[in-house]
Design a protein around this ligand. Sequence first.
Ligand SMILES: [Zn+2]
Length: 109
Amino acid sequence: MIIFGWATAALILNQYPTLLACPACRQPRFFNIALIYSRFSLFYVFGIVYERHHTLRCSICQHEPDMLPLDIEQQAHPAAIPWRHRYGLALFVLIGIPLCVWLSIASRP
Ligand SMILES: [Zn+2]
């Protein structure tokens, strides 16, 4: 049986350097820069990221504004997506499958 699925996750990276008006709080607030990524995973471990984008989240109410500043990509710190989400499927294809084939050939009498 093969277990696979799709999931979306968010990583909070750092704070946007200037105050912005939050439409939900109706106050000037600091916003956190978040990386939203979507991944496909095989057996919950071997994943690959197929979509990513940055967004802002209000540090108080977590509201995501519709209009984003143009420099959000430059202000975002590098993301630390877990390695198994990012490269797990490539490792499975490059190492796991050849290892299974080699073990099946080596175990023949
Ligand atoms: Zn807010």
